[in-house]
Design a protein around this ligand. Structure first.
Ligand code: HAM
Length: 410
């Protein structure tokens, strides 16, 4: 038997209905904030993803050569594609641009619960504005999107200038390596990397910084920074907005394009893979041939949100099942047309078996059975049985539609 590729999943209808429900709530939230939907290709030229991060990330991607000999990659995320699209198509649009997306991404990772090779991101990018208020808007929208999904989570907000001030003077590669330890919260690794090399002071300052939760104390550790006023203003806006968040100078982010504010959200009930959102301020447009453009955004790991929600019943939609005899078939087709036009999920029996057999099949999955034989067809009537109460009536078609719609839960 052939199997699906490792790290991918199949979704049956019950699960898909739940996913669409939650996806819809996130989209609706983004649209209310003015973030309109965009779509980019599933694959891009490989260079789009290596130009900022280097060849190192090729190992984490699905890379292939197309028939024309071009190196391509399945997108591992959407920020780079969206900014490529902005440079190609959106430069002349009035700014700021507020865009959202819901799309699948591909990363060649070791699969486990909450970590897949194909996974979905819901994200937003706010392009062409550079202010603490813009950063706060993105954080507030992230909070509202996750709340709309009905999970419990905490948001951690940091700023890369804090960590960078301690790393200033070190070569770029060394800064990256240290940030990688911090991103993975691998303090043993960081110790082994820094202390034997005679950098115990740096190790101590970094560990003090990442555990600090008070902005005043943070600046005691880093000293005064050019970004100080801006950072203070961002946190003041967050405080004024009243959203719950944690100041976390330890947020380093795994991707290389961030320049300032960075933030992540964690679900309370997940294990190792509990990061449900990542985002921050970044600059990418100039690398893709555009002008240097400030941008800010986030992406929610949709599959982790669904794991955090746990198994839940899909939203219930009433179902009408239609049993019919050969003489009632034409009437059955007309009745199903009107029921569906009224928005009722309507399933016509296709088996041609006896009415009794049809009804027992319908009773397994429907809320109403409609019985359409010769008599109903001649009288233009519908025999309708509420399968939950057992009550059966014979009604004109419009009344039968009304009967079902009237019982739909609001
Ligand atoms: P990221 O942190 O790499 O950021 O990914 C965002 C979220 O996608 C993660 O927080 C996680 O929930 C989810 N995720 C990542 N990898 C996997 C996986 N293998 N399986 C399941 N879920 C996963 C970005 O991608 C940035 N583009 C976010 C951003 C947007 N920054 C600015 N704008």
């Amino acid at each position: 038997m052939l199997k699906k590729p490792r790290g991918t999943r199949d979704f049956l209808p019950d699960e898909m209905e739940q996913r669409r429900d939650i996806e819809g709530r996130m989209r609706e939230t983004a649209c209310r904030w003015g973030y309109r939907e965009i779509c980019t290709p599933e694959f891009e030229e490989l260079e789009l993803f290596t130009i900022r991060s280097g060849e190192g990330i090729i190992g984490e991607m699905y890379v292939f050569e197309d028939k024309g000999g071009r190196m391509m990659a399945l997108r591992p995320e959407l920020t780079a594609p969206v900014l490529r699209m902005y440079v190609n198509e959106g430069k002349t649009l009035p700014k700021p641009l507020r865009w959202h997306y819901f799309a699948d991404c591909f990363r060649y990772e070791r699969p486990q619960k909450g970590r897949y090779r194909q996974f979905w991101q819901f994200g937003v990018e706010l392009i062409g504005v550079d202010s603490p208020l813009a950063e706060a808007e993105v954080i507030l929208l992230a909070e509202e999107s996750l709340s709309a999904a009905g999970i419990s989570f905490s948001i951690h907000v940091g700023h890369l200038a804090l960590m960078r001030s301690l790393l200033a003077g070190l070569p770029d590669e060394e800064q990256k390596r240290i940030r990688r330890f911090l991103d993975k919260k691998d303090f043993n690794g960081l110790y082994d990397h820094l202390v034997p090399a005679g950098k115990a002071d740096l190790f101590n300052a970094l560990t003090r910084l990442v555990s600090c939760r008070d902005l005043g104390e943070v600046f005691d550790i880093t000293g005064d920074l050019p970004e100080r006023k801006r950072i203070e203003e961002l946190f003041m806006i967050l405080d004024q907005s009243g959203i719950p968040y944690t100041l976390d100078p330890g947020i380093a982010r795994g991707l290389d394009y961030y320049t300032g504010m960075v933030f992540e959200a964690f679900a309370g009930n997940l294990g190792a893979e509990n990061q449900v959102l990542g985002g921050g301020t970044y600059r990418l447009a100039h690398l893709f041939g555009g002008e240097d453009t400030p941008s800010c955004g986030f992406a929610i790991g949709f599959d982790r949100v669904m794991v955090s929600r746990g198994e839940q019943a899909p939203p219930h939609r009433l179902v009408a099942g239609i049993a019919h005899t050969p003489e009632g078939r034409e009437w059955a087709l007309a009745v199903s047309r009107d029921f569906r036009a009224a928005g009722i999920r309507t399933e016509l029996d296709l088996s041609g078996r006896s009415l009794g057999q049809q009804l027992s099949r319908i009773a397994k999955s429907a809320d109403y059975a409609l019985i359409l034989g010769q008599r109903e067809s001649m009288n233009r009537m519908v025999t309708i049985k509420d399968l939950r109460s057992g009550v059966q009536k014979e009604l004109p078609l419009t009344d039968a539609v009304r009967e079902v719609i009237g019982s739909e839960p609001r």
